[in-house]
Design a protein around this ligand. Structure first.
Ligand code: ADP
Length: 190
């Protein structure tokens, strides 16, 4: 299996690039943010809980997120592989993902980390608010909080995969096509 963690701060382009990668490599896209948003729309119990954290720019608690992710992986029969987008976001999630994948006889192949300047991220998120209608994109204070949470809790996940020799940094500035090409080149070299 080809299991990719597509990593990067909010606004780095994970969702956009995931679409390109699933097309090319026939992978299953698992975005915890998308799953939470779909639950919020359907007003499920999980959605109500997730919303209370997401609207403040905080992380949904690990236990909830990890259980959800495991259940999503198990929904797929003989997949070619997964793109994990927005997960893992903490070291505890990364550890749990390793243990879970090992229990089903697979593992993470690579972490592709999109590197984007903070000023550019803020611009992209505010821009996206216009089309996404996402409350967490529209408010500069919430954006600042999401970036702060990323720097404190999520950025350390890079070292987790670096220690396993699985980290590849990808320049996330430039056009969408240019970034896709960089990702393809890195994946094809695996
Ligand atoms: P972005 O990367 O642009 O912030 P996402 O859609 O990945 O967008 O995530 C939106 C929000 O969903 C996050 O700010 C967080 O509140 C919640 N979320 C998504 N994935 C996770 C996760 N793995 N752990 C905890 N919270 C998460």
């Amino acid at each position: 299996m080809l299991n990719i963690v597509l990593f990067g701060p909010p606004g780095a382009g994970k969702g956009t690039q995931s679409e390109r990668l699933i097309d090319k490599y026939g992978l299953v896209h698992l975005s915890t943010g998308d799953i939470f948003r779909s639950n919020i729309k359907r007003e499920t119990e999980l959605g109500v809980l997730a919303k209370s954290f997401m609207n403040k720019g905080q992380l949904v608690p690990d236990s909830v997120t990890i259980d959800l992710l495991r259940a999503e992986v198990l929904k797929h029969d003989e997949p070619k592989g997964f793109i994990f987008d927005g997960f893992p976001r903490t070291n505890a999630q990364a550890q749990a993902l390793d243990e879970f994948l090992s229990s089903i006889h697979t593992s993470i192949t690579v972490m592709l980390s999109l590197e984007v300047d903070e000023d550019e991220l803020k611009k992209r998120l505010l821009n996206r608010a216009g089309v996404s209608g996402r409350a967490d994109d529209a408010d500069p204070d919430i954006i600042d909080n999401r970036i702060a949470v990323y720097n404190k809790e999520t950025a350390p996940v890079k070292s987790f995969y670096e220690k396993q020799d699985k980290l590849i940094a990808i320049a996330g500035m430039g056009s969408v096509d240019e970034i896709t090409e960089r990702l393809f080149v890195s994946i094809n070299a695996i």
